[in-house]
Every structure is written in C-alpha cells, then in structure tokens.
Ligand binder design. Sequence first.
Ligand code: O2Y
Ligand code: MN
Length: 603
Amino acid sequence: MSQARISPASWVTEIAELTKPENIVWCDGSQEEWTRLTELLVADKTLIRLNAVARPNSFLARTHPSDVARVEDRTFICSEQEIDAGPTNNWRQPAEMRALLHAKFDGAMRGRTLYVVPFSMGPVGARQARYGIEITDSAFVVLNMHLMTRVTPTVLEKISEGADWVPALHSVGAPRFDAAGVALGEQAWPCNEDKYVVQFPESREIWSFGSGYGGNALLGKKCMSLRIGSALGRDEGWLAEHMLLVRVTSPMGKKYHIAAAFPSACGKTNLAMLNPTIPGWKVETIGDDIAWIAPDEAGRLRAINPEAGFFGVAPGTGMKTNPIAIQTIAANTIFTNVALTDDGDVWWEGLTDEAPEHLTDWLGQDWAPGADTPAAHPNSRFTVSIDQCPIVASDWDSSDGVELDAILFGGRRATNVPLVVEARDWAHGVFMGATISSEQTAAAEGVVGTLRRDPFAMLPFCGYNMGDYWQHWLNIGAGLEATKLPKVFQVNWFRKNAAGKFLWPGFGENSRVIDWVIRRIEGEVAGVDSPIGLLPQLDELNLDGLEIAAGALEELFHIDVNSWRAEARLTEDFFAGFGSHTPSAMDEQLRELERRLGWDPIS
Ligand code: O2Y
Ligand code: MN
C-alpha cells in the first residue's frame, strides 16, 4: 500500500545528498525554460538545431548506440512478494534492489545539474489525473517531459494541498567526477552500460538508472502511466491501459469513442490518426499510446489520455502511411536517432520513396542510398506535443474524459484471426485481450506460427501479476451493468494468403472495420455467430470503392477449425503458466471455445 510521503522538498534534499549534484534546478515547463535548455544542449552538442525554415524550433539528438530502446531485461517490478510481480515480470526483493540502487545512485550526479520536474498525467485537477515529480540529471529528459506531460508548478500546489504523487528518480549514471573530484571525462551521450528501470508498485516509486532514452527515462510514460498506473488502478478500481483513444463521427454526425490495444509495430499511431477512406466519416485523435479508463457515476467507462504528446516511431512514417503524423511534426519536435539531410532537415526510411543522395546517418556517419545499414535507427523517434496534431479532438484534454463505446484488441496475425470479430460478452472480450498474440515467424494459412503472446499489449507494462490483472478486468465488468459496457472486438489487419500476401489493404481502409463496429453498436447489422465470436456477414461490410482480390474477403473471415484447435492448445499452455492466478473465468472461456470448435478436450 501507498505510504505517507515526505514533502517534495525533503525528497529532493534526500536525493541530492545521495546523488551529489553540482546544482539543483526546479523546472516550471515554461517557454523560457525550453529556450534555455535547448540552447544549452545545442551548445554542448547533445542537440543539433534543425534548419529553422524547414523545421522551426526542432532538434536532432543522437544517442549512444547502446542506448536506443526500452530495456525489458533490465526492467523490474519490485513487489514484496515475487508472486505479485507474476511470471511475466523480472522481480527482485525490494530491500535488495533498494540497496543496489542506493549504491548506483551514490554520487551519480557529481558535476551535473539535478532537475526537479513536477508533472501531471492527465489534466491538472481532473478526477483521473495523477501527479509525479521526476528528478533527472538530463536536460534532454526535461525537454522531452515538456512535450510528453504537463510540467507545471501547479502540481506542487496540488501536492501541498494533500494530493498523492509518485517520486520518479532518474540518472543517466555518468558522473563527471569521481569521489576524489577527479574528472571522468564527458561522453557525447552520457549513459551507463548497467541499466535499471525499477518500479516499486506498493510504495509507488520509480528508480531509473543508466539510460537517457525514451521510456527508460521519460518516467511519466511507461513507468508511471502503465506499470505504477496499473497497480494504482487495481487498488482504486480503474484500468491503466496500453491503448490509443479516438473519437469517430459517423456520417449521421453521431460521435463514438474507441480505445484500442495493439502490441508494438502493429500500426497503433496510424490508427490513432486514421484517415477514413469511406466518405462522411471523421476520426479525431485523443491519444496514441495510453488510456486510463474508470467507471463514472452513471456506470459507464470513461477514458482519458494521461499524456500530452507523442513519442512516435519515425521509420515507416510518411505521407502515404500517415500524413497526419507528418503534419504534426512540422515544427517544435525533438527527433532521436533519425538521419540528417545536407540542408539540416531530417530523413528516415519510409519518409519518402527515394532517399536523398547523401545523408548523415544516425551514428553521425556519411550515408548514401544502397548502404548496408539504414540511415535512421529502426527505433528512431519523434517527440511532439499532441496539440500540433491537425486532427486532435478540440476537447482531447477534457477533465471528464470520454465515454467508451468500443474496445478493440489487435495483433499481427498471418493466420487464424479474422479481420474483425465481436466478443459475445465482457468475459469473452477479456479472453480476447488475454490471448492477443503476434506470429513470430511468417506462417502459411492454416499453420499457426510461433505465437508471441502479448496479453492486452501489456506484457512489458503490467505492474503486477498478469493473471490478477485479467481478474481485475473481469471485476470491472462485473461491477457494471452489461448494457452500459463498451462492446469488445478483436481485429487483425495482417492476415495473409497462402502466398504470403496481405489480404487487407489496411491504413485508411480500416475505417470500413470501424464502420461495421459502429453499426453493431447501433444494432443496425446482425453479424453471424461463429465458434470464435460474432463475424460480419460479408454484405454487412461497406466495401464501396474498394478493390479487393477475388476470394480475399472469404479468406479474411475463414475459420480453420483445426488451426483454431491447435491455437486453443497453445492458449491452454499459456494460461497454465500463470498457475492459480489464471481466473477460472478464463479457463471457462477456453473450454467454451473448444466446445464451439466441436472438440472435446477430455478425449
Ligand atoms: O519508450 C520507448 O523507449 C520506445 S517504445 C514505445 C514508445 C512510444 C510508445 N510505445 C512504445 C512501446 O514500446 O509500446
Ligand atoms: Mn506503446
């Protein structure tokens, strides 16, 4: 359980005594602070200022080649009992981890500035908002926090009025001096080979050491909004989810809100910025990565996006795939590990069909088309405020959030999973979420490839036992009237034919699936029952103007019973891995699926 906190000032003093920085700066999230810190980082060559005409107020950072992604094997959930972290998390005993971290952080900020960053996830003062204070020795992290969260001294006022908060400590782990005051030399991108991203879910604390990159260092995102957030949600009766959030307006002018969970690399940002190909539909972005969902007084589930920016993957983002993202990052953007053009702009694979004749790659080396290595790192990123998105909902940051009408679960499945299927009820929807997976190897139709399980797309982000998390989802649904719950659907844009070709064009055409989802919500279409849920009758899909290969539609919805039986066996093994923490309702869903597949699991 949460402990009473010392004051932010006392905490800062305590951490400063441990980390021994040269000075302490309290951040306020102001424009003046942005200008001061960007100038500082341009001067010390951490940032390259981009061509001010092509990309105003924008910057490029090149990280150390070893500090380019989240470090899942160095991410820990330190609950008192190992079983509370569950089989999908790395666990260490909290006292042991605290001792280890104290040794790592001792003197870690020598010669550096300690920045105190008060931030809010969600609109300050909103019922669903939660506050944090990040201490970091990286000005780069402060700037990214400006874009990704609400950095404001008002958070300190709320805390002084009694609001709870999450202490989030971060150091790149590269002091400029040793204990004797001997200079250690400065690296271009300071970081430490030994990295730790540690969550203490019971005391709601985050300690991150050794990385200056993304989700390892911007502690409001995955660490607080998902790992600590999920533990808070379990204890307080809400859900912290790895979901995008959109508003869809129908040709009739009616608004619907949809949350959707997809594992990484399944086009989540593209769906959050969907450009519908069917006339009359409009999509507005509310969030692209995280949704906090809570029951309201009327017994409906309401959601907010706790973030204030996008930390999007650059490669593959272009005018053809996501023109909205391209417009969003036209200015005021920090790019990390993309390539630099000779006229001081950025480039990455997929931005244009043809690469420029010469680039400086993400490692700072000359690069030309035909090179063996990509110009931009495959996980290169842009950080940008959500306010710059041309289709952001005008009330995206409303304190009330939005009422959810539908929840989608998706994966990258070459086989088995149809383009869209509706859950029979909430418990079946939880089963769909719990069994999200992507094929690890290219698989032929009818043969299930090795499945990489990513339940609720939360595998790296659930701050407690995943089996208990499924039970929490079941409890949330059981506590509300079934008719008031969002409908749940499973979608799959990635099904392939026997020749390995995608059957569905994806991108803006996914609006046709959204159209069916909404017509199901309205009861305008009946669908057709199948062993795995309710499928569209093919004539219920709006396919006007879509050219799709003969037979492709039938293949997209084909249920191969033998292949599904094989998948059910894999699911049984997967559930067994959570032992007694697998809710009995999930086992019942599996039995029900097997029964509908006409397979007697006893024989
Ligand atoms: O956070 C990172 O370091 C990169 S991974 C990421 C970034 C933005 C949104 N989602 C993710 C993810 O891994 O889910
Ligand atoms: Mn994500």
